[in-house]
Design a protein around this ligand. Structure first.
Ligand code: FAD
Length: 486
């Protein structure tokens, strides 16, 4: 049993997902006594990992910087099984005029990488770190069900009162399921995901703007197993090139695959609901994949049998965007991660942004000399514009992934963008670089810089086009005359 020192402030964190765990580690480092409450069971005790969301994530600079902000060695331990991906490998549509596969690097120099990591593994590694910190106490099977701020108008110092219900099977039918009351926490952090209970409860106390939107897109998880080989060469375990995020873009639907450390790939099929729902017989599923992704079936990346198995047993999930404002109630409660902002996954930034929330909060607590009220107020004040920026970028990036990657004009302007960056260095940074590889540039700054660069790039492209037309007109007539005379 962990023993707490008795003189520090106590914090409750709701949700032991990725962001809640990181927040626990960071606040403990700042000297707080942390209790983290999780609705589900400890994932380390669950035998059947099929029941967990096993989607893998791309962690990039903002997420890594937040881990390093806690401790460099911790970040190395957490990230020791990542698979770096230096770009996208596009798998063309059948009968396309392009080559079957072609690569597009993420960075200007071709060496910048985002990194694939299994979500469950990352969560488990963070929980293992929590176990080593004597001032963090994790309580599983505890669901936040009520939150009261006593004497709201008169007493700013009163602790919030939290009520939890047990979610274990044994407890649910017995007296143990009765609400557990806690009033020992000085403040709480809501990191309980897109459908946050903390957020709903907070809305009763503050005039919170809140918006939620389901986009017309469903996703289904598939799996590409590793090569059944005894070869010790680690590369041969992968059926696809492991250094890329693989995309099969097909305009309004797509398939992606991210490498796992063990040689397998986690693949996700994204499609509008009417397409997803139309694939409801084995014949339709096979015929759809045979028509649109023949290489996946023909080269046995996924066997027909496995494909049908995935379609018939894995959930078809929806994609939700949420945003709220403000994120805090005085110095008593703050929302972070998906509880405050959930975005579509097309920029690979949801968790990275949640991790960045933790780093920014930690810096504000230090800046405000541990005055939590001021730190929370400044957080809400300064963070909102960045959060709405990344939500918009994430939405826009669906078009980039599913169709722009195929467009010659788009690719040409990308080349120009990268070329200028190579020449001008930090004076010219492509948007993707600013978002994924630069934690020192905020999301809103990235959009602002990109708008300015876009105007310059458009003028440059227009000038190039005008010059080409001018020279074509000027020299084509004499040339035509010359050939006509001959
Ligand atoms: P969650 O992971 O949802 O964790 C919340 C936790 O709170 C859960 O454990 C839940 O059980 C618990 N909880 C809920 N209610 C209560 C309660 N009442 N009491 C106690 N506990 C409670 N992000 C990236 O950065 N890169 C990617 O490549 C990427 N890819 C993605 C692909 C897909 C298909 C999807 C859907 C998302 C992707 N994301 C990605 C986003 C990323 O998964 C989320 O942003 C991230 O998991 C958010 O973490 P969180 O801790 O805020 O919330």
């Amino acid at each position: 049993m962990k023993q707490y020192p008795s003189n520090s402030k106590e914090v409750a964190i709701i949700g032991a997902g990725l962001v809640g765990c990181l927040a626990a580690l960071n606040l403990a480092k700042l000297g707080y006594l942390v209790t983290i409450f999780e609705y589900r069971s400890d994932p380390r005790t669950i035998q059947d990992h099929q029941n967990l969301r096993s989607i893998n994530l791309a962690i990039s600079e903002r997420g890594i910087a937040a881990l390093q902000n806690i401790d460099l060695d911790l970040s190395k331990r957490i990230l020791d099984q990542i698979v770096p991906m230096k770009g996208r490998l596009i798998h063309s549509a059948p009968n396309s005029s392009r080559s079957i596969t072609y690569a597009q690097n993420y960075g200007v120099n071709g060496i910048e990488c985002i990194n694939s990591i299994d979500r469950n593994l990352l969560n488990i590694k963070l929980l293992n770190e929590i176990d080593t910190v004597p001032t963090i106490f994790a309580q599983f099977n505890r669901k936040l069900v009520n939150l009261i701020f006593p004497n709201e108008d008169q007493n700013d110092n009163a602790n919030p009162i939290l009520y939890f219900q047990s979610t274990t099977n044994q407890d649910s039918s017995s007296q143990n399921n009765i609400l557990k009351r806690h009033d020992n926490f000085n403040f709480l952090i809501g990191a309980d995901g897109s459908y946050s209970t903390t957020r709903s409860l907070l809305q009763k106390h503050i005039r919170m703007d809140f918006k939620q939107e389901y986009i017309d897109m469903a996703y289904l998880e598939l799996f590409i197993s590793s090569n059944p080989t005894h070869n010790t060469d680690s590369n041969s375990r992968f059926k696809l090139d492991k250094n890329y995020l693989h995309i099969w873009p097909r305009e309004n639907f797509m398939l992606i695959a991210l490498p796992n450390y063990d040689g397998s790939f986690t693949s996700t099929f994204f499609a509008p609901w009417h397409i997803m729902n139309s694939l409801n017989s084995n014949e339709e599923i096979i015929s759809f994949f045979q028509t649109n992704f023949p290489d996946v079936l023909n080269s046995n990346l996924i066997s027909q049998e496995s494909l049908l198995n995935f379609f018939n047993s894995n959930p078809k999930s929806s994609l939700i965007c949420t945003i709220c404002n403000p994120y805090n109630y005085k110095g008593k409660c703050l929302l972070i991660g998906d509880a405050a902002h959930s975005m579509v996954p097309f920029y690979g930034q949801g968790m990275n942004c949640g991790f960045e929330d933790v780093r920014i909060l930690s810096n504000l607590i230090i800046k405000n000399q541990f005055d939590i009220h001021d730190a929370f107020e400044e957080y809400t004040e300064s963070r909102h514009r960045d959060l709405i920026s990344i939500l918009q970028l994430a939405k826009d990036n669906y078009k980039e992934m599913s169709s722009n990657v195929n467009s010659s004009i788009h690719l040409l302007s990308k080349r120009l963008d990268n070329g200028l960056s190579k020449i001008l260095g930090d004076y010219w940074l492509p948007l993707y670089t600013m978002v994924s590889f630069r934690s020192d540039i905020s999301y809103s700054q990235a959009i602002k810089i990109n708008k300015r660069q876009y105007r310059i790039l458009s003028t440059l492209q227009l000038s190039l086009l005008s010059f080409s037309v001018y020279f074509a007109l000027k020299y084509s007539k004499p040339l035509l005359n010359f050939f006509n005379k001959k």
